[in-house]
Design a protein around this ligand. Structure first.
Ligand SMILES: Cc1ncc(COP(=O)(O)O)c(C=O)c1O
Length: 486
């Protein structure tokens, strides 16, 4: 019998997941299109590998096990799976067409809606992926300033200008890689030291899990203006979620350009670039940013319904309240249960559970701790990757259930640590480390490694996944908790 969202006696059967994975592994590199959804982020042998359906905040895997989902498709499902108003809008649009030979009225209507909600959205353009718009923003900044260097902080997508700051930048020309540097969040001095007259822009997530300190964002904006660089907010996670107007509204700081995706269309592929008219004007001709599917109407219909629902039902406020309660309760429970090495951090709409090695017995790798918690949550019907990506579909009951599950699982973690048997308590391979930069100041991108003399022999599927893990471990700034967001 399949598992459900209860404290099940058994771990779920995942035979169909494993069978599909065996077919994918020899065919689809990485066996996923999104790193955070891949097997490397889930305890193998325990966690499901394929989902077939969702409703609200619940999902069903291909073995018919049901879970309370805390990942929510890695961000987009801000209203939950199969939201009635969004699905109705998509169906209605489907009846008149998907994409057209001329622009569709929805392009204007959704742009107007975005302008209403997002501070500084004097101009609005659409694309499909988050990295489409971060890349367009960086190119615009380069064109506008006549400079090439980029300072970044956080993850911004797979394109050349960014990815070479990680250890997965092979294939990026060294000249391109040399132009991008990272800086430390909340460390204005580090930016000031790096921001020279060759710097086109500073791009960052206005917040991830750490709140801006000492007016960091406003002072960063002033610094950029003083040095002639553009400030770009990557609002992939904060947009329409932290507040209706995103981080710009929440923190009262308007960037020169802002990039959105994820929550904007509740699961349909749409990204949005907004910003200053004098900068975005370059998109009229000189900076080329056009794509076949940018005006695809099903996604725009979904966006219109999503944005109206977010506004009319005050969803960002709901997420903030529910998530703050979850975070605070988690931390209180952790203290009560004697597991102070784990904490929940972040703003309510999206929080992170971290496992710190400090003060814990030797050999207690945070990734193993995270893997153990994931394994035990799976048994209790919770799909969890270390984050609480809340949606309007998550209820107070769901949060209560999750907290009960943690209350059940954290003492098991403590006992396994105290008895020095945590690794043996894992029923499968632990989750893998991934690249993620949050704290490295002005780290120069490393040159791509030289090509191997001869192509390596085709690896077995498991070895291929392992190679990725080994590569990721080389990153000196990899997050210790191993959480990944793309
Ligand atoms: C902050 C941030 N920026 C950019 C991206 C890239 O978005 P996409 O994967 O849609 O290209 C992501 C993806 O997770 C992200 O989290």
């Amino acid at each position: 019998m399949a598992n459900h969202v209860i404290f099940n006696d058994q771990y779920p059967s995942i035979a169909s997941s494993d069978a599909l994975y065996a077919r994918a592994a020899g065919l689809i590199p990485g066996a996923t299109q999104t790193l955070a959804k891949g097997v490397g982020q889930h305890v193998r042998g325990v966690a499901p590998k394929f989902l077939r359906a969702g409703r609200g905040a619940h999902v069903v895997d291909v073995d018919e096990n049901e879970y309370l989902d805390l990942t929510m498709a890695v961000g987009p499902l801000v209203l939950g799976y199969r939201h009635p108003a969004v699905d109705k809008a998509i169906r209605a649009q489907l009846d008149s067409g998907i994409t057209f030979s001329l622009p569709h009225p929805l392009e204007v209507e959704v742009a107007e809606l975005v302008r209403e909600m997002v501070p500084g959205a004097e101009r609005v353009r659409f694309a499909k992926n988050g990295c489409d718009v971060t890349t367009a923003a960086v190119r615009l900044a380069r064109a506008f300033t006549g400079r090439d260097r980029v300072l970044c902080c956080g993850y911004h997508g797979w394109h050349d200008w960014y990815i070479a700051v990680t250890d997965r930048g092979r294939g990026v020309p060294a000249d391109v890689a040399a132009l991008t540097h990272t800086f430390a969040y909340n460390d204005l001095d580090s930016v000031a030291a790096a921001l020279d007259d060759e710097t086109a822009c500073v791009i960052l997530e206005p917040t991830t899990f750490e709140a801006p300190r000492d007016d960091f964002l406003a002072r960063l904006k002033a610094l950029c203006a003083e040095r002639g660089a553009l400030l770009i907010f990557d609002e992939m996670w904060t947009g329409f979620r932290l507040a209706l107007g995103g981080a710009q509204a929440r923190f009262g700081v308007t960037a020169d350009l802002a990039c959105f995706s994820k929550a904007v269309a509740n699961g349909m592929p749409l990204s949005v670039l907004t910003g200053r008219a004098d900068v975005m004007r370059l998109l009229e001709r000189d900076v080329f940013f056009f794509s076949t599917f940018g005006g695809e109407a099903l996604s725009l219909a979904a966006a219109q319904a999503t944005l109206r629902t977010l506004r009319d039902e005050s969803v960002p406020q709901y997420l903030d309240e529910l998530g703050t309660e979850l975070r605070d309760e988690y931390n209180q429970q952790a203290a009560e249960l004697g597991v102070p090495f784990t904490r929940c951090v972040g703003f309510g709409c999206r929080t992170l559970v971290s496992f710190a090695p400090e003060g814990v017995a030797a050999g207690s790798d945070p990734l193993i701790m995270k893997s153990f918690v994931q394994q035990e949550l799976v048994k209790r019907g919770v799909l969890w990757g270390g984050f609480h990506n809340l949606s309007a579909a998550h209820t107070a009951y769901d949060v209560d259930y999750l907290l009960k599950a943690y209350r059940d699982v954290l003492p098991l973690l403590r006992a396994a640590l105290e008895e020095n048997r945590l690794p043996q308590s894992l029923r499968g391979e632990p989750v893998e480390p991934v690249f993620r930069r949050t704290g490295a100041f002005n780290v120069k991108p490393t040159a791509p490694p030289p090509s191997p003399p001869a192509p390596p022999p085709a690896p077995a599927p498991a070895a291929r996944a392992g190679e990725v893990a080994v590569a990721a471990k080389k990153d000196p700034t990899a997050r210790k908790d191993g959480n990944v967001r793309a």
